[in-house]
Design a protein around this ligand. Structure first.
Ligand SMILES: COc1cccc(-c2nc(Nc3cc(C)[nH]n3)cc3ccccc23)c1
Length: 280
């Protein structure tokens, strides 16, 4: 389907990302509400990210999962590239996290269960995201989360060439330690980042947060401490995700059936608790 700007009614600007602005938009013909991300070709050239944007479009337009932000289509004019994206009504997760400071365990567990489901879907398609962090997660109108910004996602396995920018907090050891052997890494990098995300949801700051040099050193040694007020189940899951050896990290299937997730996410469990509560 061919799209062009005239097909859309542009609404309020939602915000500015790193390489573009995002507007609320509505397709005139269908009335369908979406988010229109406008990227300026000149800025992409300066930032040397055209390839990344092409990859983001290629990968994200082939994804269809409730917890991955949909890319419905794209088009361009002489100066700009337009991405027609799913609209997530409650905006950026990291703003909710900063406002709340940290999330209660039941909320964090629901988010991590949704992330595990999305990552399972991506990994089945041999796509690794490589940039899982609160800034790249949006919240839908029903409070469900959506992984967005697939700019760093690639087909696994991969040998990192392009330099990483932004925070180091979420990088796994195998992506920072210049290995003697080729630093080939797999989608298991997303498991490490899931562990960092779980920690940050529950503690309010990342486990290796420090100066850039210290962060790298602490990641390479998995030097972090889990505050005592976390439940034993939450601590256990974090420790099974933040493992230096990628092959020894807990699998996404085991994350989904982990006691911490079951305790907070299985409907039966909640209904059971409520039922037993009402009986008293
Ligand atoms: C930097 O702040 C930014 C940047 C870009 C978008 C938002 C934003 N986005 C969305 N939803 C979206 C965005 C996309 C690509 N799909 N759905 C909703 C919001 C609601 C309140 C404030 C802000 C919002 C913020």
């Amino acid at each position: 389907k061919q799209y062009h700007l005239g097909m859309f009614e542009i609404g309020k600007p939602l915000g500015k990302g790193k390489f573009g602005r995002v507007y609320l938009a509505r397709e005139r013909a269908s009335g369908f509400v979406c988010a229109l991300k406008v990227l300026h070709k000149s800025e992409l050239q300066q930032g040397k990210v055209e390839k990344q944007v092409r990859r983001e479009i290629e990968i994200q337009s082939n994804l269809a999962h409730p917890h991955c932000l949909r890319l419905y289509g794209h088009f361009h004019d002489s100066k700009r590239i337009f991405l027609i994206l799913e609209f997530a009504g409650k905006g950026e997760l990291y703003k909710h996290l900063r406002k709340a400071g940290k999330f209660p365990e039941w909320q964090a567990a629901q988010y991590i269960a949704q992330m595990a489901s999305a990552l399972k879907y991506l990994h089945k398609k041999h796509v690794m995201h490589r940039d899982i962090k609160p800034e790249n997660i949006l919240v839908g109108i029903h409070g469900e989360i959506k992984i967005s910004d697939f700019g760093w996602s690639v087909h696994a396995p991969n040998n990192r060439r392009n330099t990483m920018c932004g925070t180091l907090d979420y990088l796994p050891p195998e992506m920072i330690k210049p290995g003697r052997e080729e630093n080939w890494y797999t989608e298991k990098v997303d498991l490490w980042s899931l562990g960092v995300l779980t920690y940050e949801f529950l503690v309010g700051e990342a486990p290796f947060e420090d100066t850039p040099v210290m962060t790298q050193r602490r990641i390479a040694k998995c030097d972090m401490s889990i505050p005592p007020n976390l439940s034993p189940e939450a601590r256990d899951l974090i420790k099974r995700l933040l493992v230096l050896d990628p092959e020894k990290r807990i699998s996404l299937e085991d994350v989904e059936t982990h006691p911490w997730i079951i305790k907070h996410c299985v409907k039966g469990e909640r209904a059971y608790n409520r039922a037993s509560f009402e009986k008293k």
